[in-house]
Write a protein that binds this ligand. Structure first.
Ligand code: ZN
Length: 315
């Protein structure tokens, strides 16, 4: 069996203007959508709905003020349903100079769905962002970071520049939407370590580890991650949900983290779009992903299609 490409080859970015590393602060404005997608009956639970609506109602305005204080721009991944439910909030995010990107329509579960169904979710999400705020996003993050093998082709069909749902790198890279397809998109990889869900999310009967961690512990953990990315010249990408990290002490800790990251020598704090544009313009390696298919029966064992690298055109 062939072995996958070594991860070092997925780290070809050099940063602009003498920067040594990059950092991006991202917010997934799921609001009610992620609970409804799991269980439509959750709309009957008044308290649960308020736990989710805290995001757009209270947390996003607080976070926008904090980002303005810190003078940084962030990327907000917004499901179409959230955009339609809270159009003013989307417009405030845009007015603040932040990037708005695609995050499904109703935060649909993506696992195992066919391409036509997934395409309809993407198109409905695009329609909502266009109608509410005249936005055509260049970035996509799958709900629950769940891409299917057919998803990259659907993104390329719709002209997306980048995705941020895969977990196989510390820095952005370009990847072919399929081994036999000449098109590619940029990937800005994520990591569950850098998601507030695992640290803070708890709602009885819905989600979470059952532990709501101390923001002091989370600040320490995320600072260590940022320092490591800084020292190895890679890309720190933090994923926060306003209904979680926009609560008082968590928002304070997040602001402290932003101050620390900004203070790291040569750290480029940028939006995901800026990072993707830079990657597309400066990296010509285009990777495919190794793919494993297991025959049902009879079969001679798993088929392994190894990752390869080809040369792409700079944007
Ligand atoms: Zn989400």
């Amino acid at each position: 069996m062939n072995q996958p490409a070594i991860a070092d080859s997925l780290h070809p970015v050099t940063w602009p203007d003498g920067y040594k590393a990059a950092a991006s602060f991202t917010f997934d404005v799921d609001a009610e959508s992620c609970t409804i997608a799991h269980d439509p009956a959750s709309t009957r639970r008044m308290s649960l709905m308020t736990h989710q609506s805290y995001g757009p109602k209270i947390a996003v305005p607080r976070l926008l003020k904090m980002l303005e204080r810190q003078d940084i721009k962030a990327t907000f991944f917004i499901p179409g349903f959230t955009a339609e439910s809270y159009p003013d909030i989307v417009r405030r995010i845009v007015d603040g100079g932040h990037e708005v990107a695609h995050h499904g329509y109703l935060h649909e579960p993506m696992q195992g769905i066919d391409a036509a169904t997934e395409a309809s979710y993407m198109d409905r999400g695009l329609e909502a962002l266009a109608t509410v705020a005249g936005i055509r996003p260049v970035g996509y993050r799958a709900p629950w970071w769940e891409l299917n093998w057919h998803s990259p082709g659907l993104l390329a069909d719709r002209g997306f520049l980048y995705d941020s749902s895969l977990l196989d790198g510390d820095a952005p890279y370009r990847f072919a939407v399929a081994a036999d397809d000449p098109r590619d998109i940029v990937e800005i990889p994520v990591d569950w370590t850098l998601d507030d869900w695992e640290q803070y999310a708890f709602y009885p009967g819905v989600t979470g580890s059952g532990v709501i961690e101390s923001p002091a512990k989370v600040l320490e953990m995320w600072t260590l991650e940022a320092e490591a990315h800084h020292s190895q010249g890679s890309c720190f990408v933090l994923t926060n949900h306003p209904f979680i990290s926009g609560r008082p002490s968590k928002a304070v800790a997040l602001e402290q983290l932003i101050e620390r990251v900004k203070g790291m020598d040569g750290m480029w704090v940028a939006t995901m779009e800026q990072i993707a544009l830079h990657t597309k313009a400066t990296v010509n390696e285009v990777h495919t992903h190794a793919r494993i298919d297991v025959p049902v029966f009879p079969g001679a064992g798993a088929q392994f299609e190894p990752a390869v690298v080809r040369q792409g055109v700079l944007a």
